[in-house]
Ligand binder design. Structure first.
Ligand SMILES: Cc1cc2nc3c(=O)[nH]c(=O)nc-3n(C[C@H](O)[C@H](O)[C@H](O)COP(=O)(O)OP(=O)(O)OC[C@H]3O[C@@H](n4cnc5c(N)ncnc54)[C@H](O)[C@@H]3O)c2cc1C
Length: 295
């Protein structure tokens, strides 16, 4: 299907973008890499008379460390995050996860902000960033507000972005000493069928803190409650099978898998149990190795 005509506005500030979005309301959309948006337009699922290209906005192209966090402008592409020396040195688990998103063509054009703002349930970064404790910064004119990923991604293709608001940046906290993250995924089609991200901190040879996020199997990514309590004090190389079984059951329940083209809800529950145990073990081993390297 040919694209319907639209006017492309290249803007230099968040305030300019917001003014255009306010002026054209439902007839305008933000355009970053276009990997999702242009597909929607080509398939005739959406139509806009005005696209607001936010890539020229400096604020949205930042990639810098501020105190203890990495600040990623929303228009920074997956490929830049995968390859950046800054990210690979300080946030290696994030760089690795980004290298697994889609294919090199999509990663070279698609932005992290576009992935989160689109809120496709089959997202790698949303699951990973939830486990990371990341925060998004939303902007309108000179005003900025910050939200955790759980408060930002509300459901399938639904976020907390207000009309006229722009996703400006994503802030990822630096991992504390002795912490490892593992992101596991399974994909049968272009986007992942299941994503699991584990965050584990080891101190004095024992698990001191643990988090687990599960996504892509249900309508939105979720943090699994009770993981910290179940693993606290355990040896990273030898988790008790009963603890992992309990976490697997909690994860499968929290994720609320749905039946779709990737498989039945029952099948996805089984996937989540397996991936959760594997991700937690791997993250714990990474954390342990990092803690030992510091000793
Ligand atoms: C073939 C294919 C395979 C894929 N595989 C994967 C995968 O394995 N894992 C995965 O996680 N993802 C996958 N994706 C999704 C991919 O990550 C996204 O398409 C990409 O990140 C979107 O970024 P973009 O800059 O192109 O967004 P765009 O297409 O430009 O925008 C997407 C949506 O977000 C809005 N938007 C964009 N930027 C902002 C902003 N700064 N503020 C507010 N709203 C904004 C737009 O209005 C639009 O609604 C795949 C996509 C394709 C096409």
């Amino acid at each position: 299907m040919p694209l319907s005509p639209f006017e492309l506005h290249r803007v230099g500030t968040v305030a300019e973008a917001g003014a255009l979005l306010d002026e054209h309301a439902d007839d305008a959309a933000i355009y970053a890499g276009g990997t999702e948006l242009l597909l929607l337009l080509k398939l005739g699922f959406a139509s806009y008379g005005h696209l607001v290209d936010v890539k020229p906005i400096d604020e949205l192209r930042r990639l810098e460390i501020l105190e203890d966090r990495l600040v990623i402008g929303a228009a920074v592409t997956h490929r830049v995050l995968e390859r950046s020396e800054l990210v690979r040195a300080g946030w290696p688990d994030l760089a690795r996860m980004e290298g697994e998103v889609a294919n090199v063509r999509v990663r070279s054009t698609g932005s992290l902000g576009g992935n989160l703002a689109f809120a496709d349930p089959h997202s790698d970064p949303a699951t990973f960033l939830l486990a990371s404790g990341a925060v998004v910064e939303l902007g309108r004119a000179q005003t900025r507000r910050r939200l955790g990923i759980d408060a930002f991604v509300l459901g399938p293709y639904e976020t907390a972005l207000a009309p006229g608001e722009v996703l400006c940046a994503i802030e990822v906290p630096r991992l504390p000493e002795g912490t490892g993250m593992t992101h596991l995924r399974l994909a049968f089609h272009e986007r992942p069928a299941a994503t699991v991200s584990a965050w584990v901190r080891v101190a004095d040879g024992r698990v001191a803190e643990a988090r687990l996020a599960v996504g892509s199997v249900g309508v939105r990514p979720v943090l699994v409650g009770g993981v910290d309590e179940a693993l606290n004090g355990q040896s990273p190389g030898a988790f008790e099978p009963s603890a992992l079984a309990a976490i697997g059951a909690m994860a499968a329940e929290a994720a609320e898998p749905v039946t779709d083209a990737d498989g039945s809800a029952d099948y996805k529950e089984a996937l989540v149990r397996t991936l959760a145990a594997r991700a937690l073990r791997q993250a714990a081993m990474t954390a342990s190795a990092r803690a030992e390297a510091l000793a």
